[in-house]
Design a protein around this ligand. Structure first.
Ligand SMILES: [Zn+2]
Ligand SMILES: [Zn+2]
Length: 417
């Protein structure tokens, strides 16, 4: 029988390497770019599944409570107002901002709901040693949707809104505020608790380990981008992962072209996002528009410096830095630069990590507009700038997904050969 030697390609630099020692508890990093190749948790499989399942069920209950009860209650001049998260989505939808409504719904309700119900569907039978139908395909969807769940960003948005609203009215945090905070902690715990590699092996036990010595010379090997299974690529036809059915590519197809187009589109949309008002405030018959920058300046000059700094970083620094980094990566790859590949890979990982935080401003504007509707006294509306800003966030997220960091390293190999 062929002895199985764990071989893998790095997801960030593409290097094919052998794992000589796999610790029971810990991670193995790529020898070239420091990306994590394999990660194992100490807890035994049965205990790990049971543990994660308990967290998933609790998180689902918290998600339901968080959406049934209002997040914040506001008392302005005797007018009491309260809003659930769904009220915010409904507000945007009825105010001709369907795109933004869809984005807020996906990132705060849809994605966590799909993520948690998907995990429940898989983990509950697995806990009783059964494999539910279509488990690998469903787990693939769960892994894709996870990057769109932005509860931690929403939480920051809620806190910023509470501080901003307390200047206008009496703000009473409602039950959903606490359950949202708990839900955010539980989802983070689920993500760190779940041993994804162990779960993949559990839900697809029939997958054969690749017998490397039987492969033809020159066979292209790459790991599935979704489930990390090592697969062979065919030159003649499209290849699909035998475990999760995702399309397999040696490099993401048309990565540079797609990423360039998305970055240019995001740069174009960045102009109206900053020039048009993101929030319209009507007070005593007078309407004033607030752009992102004027909102930050207003907070800074009115004594809310910490809040101004948070919004400045999330809404101005993050999108700008992300666009600069992506442009730098595109230009250096296009000109086949060999300049600091490891650092450029770190920059790429940074764009994946920071991008979501720009959503804070959209959550703040939506919450404030939904809550402050005192006719005759004060009305807050979401401005068109917020829609443009939402488009920038989505475009930059897609651009980062379209970019293939392995292209940075391909240029290194060309000259070294
Ligand atoms: Zn690597
Ligand atoms: Zn796969």
């Amino acid at each position: 029988m062929t002895q199985y030697i764990p071989v893998t390609t790095c997801r960030d630099c593409g290097l094919l390497q052998q794992i000589r020692y796999m610790p029971d508890d810990g991670a193995v990093k790529c020898c070239r770019c420091d990306a994590i190749l394999h990660k194992r948790q100490r807890i035994a499989l049965a205990k790990s599944i049971e543990h994660t399942l308990a967290l998933v069920i609790t998180a689902l209950i918290l998600l339901i409570i968080s959406n049934v009860y209002p997040i914040i209650q506001v008392d302005a001049e005797g007018h009491e107002m309260a809003a659930t998260l769904f009220d915010c989505v409904k507000y945007l939808f009825t105010n001709e901002m369907k795109l933004l409504a869809g984005l807020v719904f996906l990132t705060t309700i849809g994605a966590p709901l799909i993520q948690l119900t998907g995990l429940l569907y898989i983990l509950l039978p697995v806990n009783f040693n059964r494999i539910p139908p279509y488990a690998p395909k469903i787990y693939r969807v769960v892994r894709i949707i996870t990057s769109w769940s932005m509860l931690e960003v929403l939480m920051l948005g809620i806190l910023v809104s509470v501080v901003k609203l307390s200047a206008l009215a009496t703000v009473v945090p409602s039950i959903a505020l606490w359950t949202f905070a708990l839900l955010m902690i539980f989802i983070a715990a689920i993500l760190s608790d779940l041993d994804t590699e162990m779960l993949w092996e559990q839900i697809s036990p029939k997958i054969q380990k690749m017998e490397l010595d039987k492969l033809k010379l020159g066979t292209q090997l790459t790991n599935c981008h979704n489930c990390h299974l090592l697969c062979t690529l065919s030159a003649e036809h499209d290849s699909y992962c035998s475990r999760c059915s995702a399309a397999i590519h040696f490099r993401k197809p048309n990565s540079l072209t797609r990423c360039t187009a998305l970055v240019i589109a995001a740069m174009v949309m960045y102009i109206p996002a900053n020039l048009l008002p993101v929030m319209m405030v009507t007070s005593l018959g007078k309407t004033e528009g607030d752009t992102i920058i004027s909102g930050v300046i207003y907070l800074a000059t009115n004594g809310d410096l910490p809040l101004a700094i948070i919004l400045f970083i999330a809404s101005i620094c993050v999108p700008t830095i992300k666009l600069i980094i992506l442009s730098l990566l595109l230009i250096t790859v296009h000109f086949k630069s060999q300049w600091r590949p490891k650092e450029r890979t770190y920059l790429y990982r940074l764009t994946e990590f920071i991008g979501r935080w720009s959503m804070v401003d959209i959550f703040v504007d939506t919450l404030m507009a939904t809550l402050v509707q005192v006719s005759g006294l004060m009305v807050i509306e979401v401005g068109v700038g917020a829609v443009a800003f939402g488009v920038v966030v989505v475009l930059t997220m897609f651009a980062a997904m379209a970019f293939d960091p392995r292209l940075i390293w391909d240029n290194m190999e060309v000259v070294n050969e």
